[in-house]
Design a protein around this ligand. Structure first.
Ligand SMILES: NC(=O)C1=CN([C@@H]2O[C@H](COP(=O)(O)OP(=O)(O)OC[C@H]3O[C@@H](n4cnc5c(N)ncnc54)[C@H](OP(=O)(O)O)[C@@H]3O)[C@@H](O)[C@H]2O)C=CC1
Ligand SMILES: O=C(O)C1=N[C@H](C(=O)O)C[C@H](O)C1
Length: 233
């Protein structure tokens, strides 16, 4: 498979390693200084760039009929526009806030736990994410997906960053050293607490998931998720 990388930072470089080890070719490494992109050389594009760049990169790929896998977080105000464009162009697109197998299992566990806790209002939920100090967005995309999972399966209506006013689900964001990504859901009352936690030990799981998604999407049309790729649903 001929892969173009949009963004060649920490994730782009890890994806290159994994892609090469699986017999793929990296045909382009694109950043904000790239003037011309030859879309004829690529079978699929993978974007791990920056919040302000992702939507533009997705648009370019869909306009050139290139399937696009996007892991960049912090641009979701434009997600519906990306879906509309993908559908109108009959393209192929996957966004995931987290591509790792472990986190996608954790998302399922989170939904299941939220459903069980729905009728137990004595437990208050809180959500914490910890990432490295270079991370630009807060809360993390993964924390937002987890919060949306709780909201869809409980009486909570909204999440807020470090604010539980009006009964909102509060997300705490911490930036510590080189932490690859740790997410914790805590249900707590006066007598006990229940905690579920996912800890990424490095970036390999994210990169492997993104390359797996790129392999999976070839020949497909539509908007998909990691649930489709991993056959979780
Ligand atoms: N979904 C998932 O599983 C995961 C998602 N992420 C997300 O991926 C994104 C990237 O993370 P990470 O690799 O750690 O970040 P880095 O900052 O290490 O890399 C981002 C790269 O994007 C480049 N860039 C800037 N503008 C553009 C542009 N217009 N087009 C293409 N590339 C551009 C930057 O170049 P320069 O430095 O020259 O500006 C930089 O090299 C973040 O949003 C992060 O949250 C991260 C891990 C897992
Ligand atoms: O920026 C990161 O590093 C990560 N970003 C993603 C997010 O915002 O959830 C995924 C992972 O946690 C690492």
């Amino acid at each position: 498979m001929r892969i173009a990388l949009f963004g060649y930072g920490k994730m782009g470089q890890m994806i290159e390693q994994i892609a090469l080890s699986r017999g793929h070719e990296i045909v382009a490494k694109i950043d904000e200084n790239t003037n011309q992109i030859d879309f004829t050389t690529m079978d699929v594009a993978i974007d791990f760039s920056m919040p302000e760049a992702a939507f533009g990169n997705i648009t370019k790929c869909l306009n050139h009929n290139i399937p696009i896998i996007c892991g960049t977080t912090g641009w979701l105000d434009k997600y519906n526009e990306a879906i509309e464009l993908c559908n109108s162009k009959k393209g192929a697109f996957i966004y995931a806030s987290n591509f790792s197998l472990g986190v996608n299992i954790f998302f399922e566990l989170n939904n299941y736990l939220a459903k069980m806790m729905k009728n137990l209002p004595e437990y208050k939920v809180s959500l914490e994410e910890i990432h490295h100090t270079q991370k630009l967005d807060a809360p993390s995309g993964t924390a937002i997906t987890l919060a949306e999972g709780v909201i869809a399966n409980s009486e909570y209506n909204e999440w807020k960053l470090e604010d539980d006013s009006d009964g909102a689900l509060s997300i705490t964001s911490k930036r510590i050293g080189n932490t690859p990504g740790t997410h914790t859901l805590l249900y707590e009352n006066e007598v006990d607490s229940i905690e579920i936690k996912h800890t990424a030990h490095n970036r390999e799981g994210f990169a492997l998931g993104a390359v797996t998604a790129a392999e999976w999407i070839i020949g497909k049309r539509g908007v998909f998720s990691m649930r489709d790729v991993l056959n979780l649903g």
